[in-house]
Design a protein around this ligand. Structure first.
Ligand SMILES: Nc1ncnc2c1ncn2[C@@H]1O[C@H](COP(=O)(O)OP(=O)(O)OP(=O)(O)O)[C@@H](O)[C@H]1O
Ligand SMILES: [Mg+2]
Length: 251
């Protein structure tokens, strides 16, 4: 199995607070890995470490390595702009830009220098199709994105990300603020994405983790307690703490 991202002895500190303890994990290419664990265990912190989002915060110190296709993203030579293009992020609350559906999806390619109208049209259509949104919006691409339902907005944010051709898609509880029907739409999309992308998703919803992911990582207090195939973690966890968590005894 090809590992897309190899995390080696990763430690992360918020000033004096040791938030991630010596994490080692191999994230498999073109599969979905779910990060689970109780509030405050470090899921979001770990996710942000995978595309150096912590660079934007004050007082965060990272030790260890995150190898993307074998190259350490924390190496001084790493170009953070091209890293974030390769490793994109979807957040909890859909955050479309206050502009049209079309311009939302075209914004990334435009930043990366694509100006040709026909090419942009193609990218917008391809990305909206890949995000399972094209059929619903193809006749109103110039409408404000803010008028879409929350599920459509989240799929639009995913389309916006896919438009810059990422290789890895990071998602931090992408359905947690959505109504159940919208959440299901987005979940179905996440399930489809793994054919073409390496997906890492934080979720508090155990059924969602079991449905969408191939691998599951269980975090507790900044430690990676257990990592394995989702089937194994959910049926025969090796660690008692994993079992207690997935059976709902805490968190
Ligand atoms: N910017 C920050 N500065 C200082 N401490 C932080 C910061 N962000 C997170 N922490 C702390 O790091 C620990 C891990 O937080 P993190 O947000 O990664 O947890 P989480 O597993 O995503 O939790 P949740 O399920 O609530 O989203 C927590 O103790 C949190 O208080
Ligand atoms: Mg979080």
């Amino acid at each position: 199995m090809e590992s897309k991202i190899s995390v080696r002895n990763l430690n992360l500190f918020y000033k004096n607070f040791h938030a991630l303890h010596n994490i080692n994990m191999d994230i498999v290419a073109n599969k979905t890995t779910a990060l689970i664990g109780p509030p405050g265990c470090g899921k979001s912190t770990f996710l942000r470490a995978l595309n150096r989002l912590h660079d934007l915060y004050e007082g965060v110190r990272v030790e260890g390595e995150v190898l993307l296709d074998g190259a350490n993203i924390y190496n001084d030579k790493c170009n953070v702009m091209s890293l974030r293009k390769k490793v994109g992020m979807v957040f909890q609350k859909p955050n479309p830009f206050p502009m049209s559906i079309y311009d939302n999806v075209a914004s990334g390619p435009r930043i990366h220098g694509i100006k040709n109208r026909k090419r942009l049209d193609e990218i917008v259509e391809m990305s909206l199709r890949a995000a399972a949104l094209w059929e619903e919006v193809s006749d109103r691409l110039k409408y404000p994105a803010m008028n879409l339902t929350s599920g459509q907005q989240q799929r639009l944010c995913i389309a916006r990300l896919l438009a810059v051709e990422p290789e890895v898609v990071l998602m931090d509880e992408p359905t947690s603020t959505l109504d159940p029907a919208s959440a299901l739409e987005v979940e179905e999309l996440i399930y489809m994405l793994k054919r073409n992308y390496t997906v890492v998703i934080v979720t508090r919803n155990m059924r969602q983790a079991a449905r969408v992911s191939d691998y599951t990582a269980f975090f507790l207090a900044g430690n990676l307690v257990e990592f394995g195939s989702t089937g194994q973690i959910f049926t025969t966890p090796a660690d008692r703490r994993t079992e207690d968590y997935i059976t709902g005894r805490f968190g």
